[in-house]
Design a protein around this ligand. Structure first.
Ligand code: FMN
Length: 212
C-alpha cells in the first residue's frame, strides 16, 4: 500500500538511477563501501529463527556474490546451521553507517555442495577485484580495504584448512537465495530514499519505492 511500482512512480531521480538487477545494485554499493575504507565492508548481520521459535543474529562475512545469491561460510556444528535445518529462511543486514546506508535482504538458505565450497574457499573474495582508485586519498582507503579483504581470505582459508590439519566438512559454504532486497539511503528528509526489489511471479524483479 502506498508503494507504487517503479513504472507508475512520478519519476524520482534516485529510483531511475537504480540498476534493474538487485544483485548489480548490491555490487555497486559493496564496491562503494569497500573503497570508502570502512572497517568490515562485507560484514553482514545474519538473523535466524530457531526450532523453538526464538530469534538470533550474528555477523558473518560475505564471501561471494553473483545472481545465484550471497555466499558465506559457517561451521557445520554451529547454532546458525542448526537454525537453518529447522527453518531455512534468513535475513541479512549490511549496516553501512559511515555511508548513511543500509541494505536488508531476506531469502532461503542452501548448503553449497562440497566442491563449490572448496572452490569459493580457495579463491580470493570477488570484492578484491574492485577497480583501481582515481586519487591518492582514495588509494589509501582502497589499500586498507584490500588489506581487509586479503585478511578475510586468509582467515577463511586457515579456518577451513585448519592450518595443515585439514578439517573439510566442518566448515561449509551457504548460499542465500534472496526474494527481497531493501536499499535505504539516508541524507536528511529531502534526500532519504528507500526502495525494495521483490520477485514477481514471472521470476523478474519489481522495484518499489517506499515513502516512509
Ligand atoms: C567481523 C566478524 C566476522 C565474522 N565472520 C564470520 C563468518 O564469516 N562466519 C561465521 O560462521 N562466523 C563469523 N563470525 C562469528 C559469528 O558472528 C558468530 O559469533 C559465530 O559464527 C557463532 O554463531 P552461532 O553460534 O550463532 O552459529 C564473525 C564475527 C565477526 C565479529
Amino acid at each position: 500500500m502506498g508503494t507504487p511500482p517503479l513504472d507508475d512512480s512520478e519519476g524520482s531521480q534516485a529510483i531511475l538511477q537504480l540498476a534493474s538487477c538487485p544483485f548489480s545494485q548490491l555490487k555497486i554499493w559493496l564496491h562503494q563501501a569497500i573503497v570508502s575504507g570502512m572497517k568490515y565492508p562485507t560484514a553482514m548481520t545474519l538473523a535466524t529463527l530457531a526450532v523453538d521459535g526464538t530469534l538470533d543474529q550474528r555477523i558473518v562475512l560475505l564471501k561471494h556474490l553473483d545472481t545465484a545469491g550471497l555466499v558465506f561460510f559457517a561451521s557445520d556444528n554451529s547454532k546458525k546451521v542448526r537454525d537453518f535445518s529447522s527453518h531455512p529462511f534468513v535475513s541479512v543486514h549490511f549496516p553501512w553507517h559511515t555511508l548513511d546506508r543500509q541494505v536488508r535482504i531476506s531469502g532461503k538458505v542452501y548448503k553449497l555442495d562440497p566442491a563449490l565450497t572448496t572452490q569459493y574457499f580457495i579463491t580470493k573474495p570477488d570484492f578484491e577485484k574492485t577497480t583501481a582508485p582515481a586519487s591518492e586519498m582514495e588509494e589509501e582507503t582502497f589499500n586498507s580495504s584490500r588489506h581487509f579483504l586479503l585478511k578475510q581470505f586468509h582467515m577463511m582459508q586457515s579456518k577451513f584448512y585448519g592450518g595443515g590439519d585439514r578439517r573439510a566438512g566442518q566448515w561449509s559454504g551457504y548460499r542465500i537465495v534472496p526474494d527481497r532486497f531493501e536499499y535505504w539511503q539516508g541524507g536528511g528528509a529531502q534526500l532519504r530514499e528507500r526502495f525494495v526489489y521483490q520477485t514477481v511471479e514471472s521470476g523478474a524483479w519489481e522495484i518499489l519505492q517506499l515513502s516512509d
